[in-house]
Ligand binder design. Structure first.
Ligand code: B1M
Length: 208
């Protein structure tokens, strides 16, 4: 049994076997970061590459995501368990027009594990819902995820809206096509390349 089995299971769209494979690795003492990065996430990257090359199509991409999700469900309690008191409140969501959920959910889990209260608005979230949720929850931070180059502009619109309405919420952005340079260009308070960087960034935004 090895992490490669988990990687291969995503590529086989093996929804029913995934939980067992991940549990075996956990029981063997494999660390969660390796399970995620070398197993589930690396496999989804390969799926994306195969999609780009026209070797598989949307239904298969969706099935691969569902298989990976089964593995994440096993890791969820380990990522979210915390004893610390609230580190701050974060509203998180994937921007309008974008249905990609997995990376955003991973960021949510890690933030929860780090003691943040997290309000997850889901995917395809219109700007007005972000604005309302920030007010209703008196959020300290808003975390925006985008996986498509076509939906990234919604992040700039969100930053402009929060600056325009005088909100003091800190805006952090992330997602595969998002870069530090893009974050700076739109005036976001920070960019995180992965879920653990998102935790460090959220902590430093709370401190600053
Ligand atoms: Co989509 N898709 N997809 N897809 N999909 C990508 C993103 C793509 C790169 C594939 C490819 O062509 N190589 C490509 C985007 C190209 C582009 O715009 N540059 C693409 C496309 C084109 C599409 C469609 C347009 C296909 C079509 O219909 N023709 C369509 C769009 C639908 C829509 O959103 N409106 C589409 C649909 C789908 C599915 C629904 C089938 C499915 C998503 C299912 C789901 O999420 N429940 C799907 C999938 C699975 C993927 C890939 C294969 C995997 C995404 C993923 O979950 N990765 C993806 C290829 C790839 O990413 N290599 C692809 C694992 C996840 C853990 O990583 O989300 O990057 P990621 O999150 C990371 C970091 O980015 C960061 O932390 C996470 C953990 O480390 N992060 C943040 C993310 N959000 C953050 C927020 C933060 C901080 C960090 O807050 C501050």
């Amino acid at each position: 049994m090895a992490i490669n089995d988990i990687y291969q299971a995503v590529l086989r769209f093996d929804k029913s076997g995934m939980a067992g494979l991940v549990q075996v690795e956990l029981d063997a003492g494999t660390d969660i970061a390796s399970l995620l990065n070398e197993g589930l996430i690396a496999a989804l990257d390969e799926v994306g590459d195969r999609f780009s090359r026209g070797e598989l199509f949307i239904p298969e991409m969706l099935q691969a995501a569902q298989a990976a999700q089964q593995g994440l469900d096993i890791l969820k309690p380990l990522l979210t368990e915390t004893n610390s008191r609230s580190a701050g409140t974060v509203v998180i969501g994937t921007v309008k027009g974008d249905l990609h959920d997995i990376g955003k959910s991973l960021v949510k889990m890690m933030l929860k594990g780090a003691g943040f209260q997290v309000v997850d608005l889901g995917v395809d979230v219109p700007l007005e819902r972000f604005v309302r949720a920030v007010e209703e929850n008196r959020a300290d931070i808003i975390a925006l995820s985008a996986l498509l180059t076509t939906t990234m502009p919604a992040m700039g619109e969100a930053v402009a809206a929060f600056r325009g309405n005088g909100s003091r919420v800190k805006v952090m952005v992330g997602g595969a096509p998002v870069t530090e340079a893009f974050a700076e260009r739109i005036g976001a308070d920070g960019y995180a390349g992965d879920a653990s960087q998102a935790v460090s960034l959220a902590r430093s935004l709370m401190a600053g």
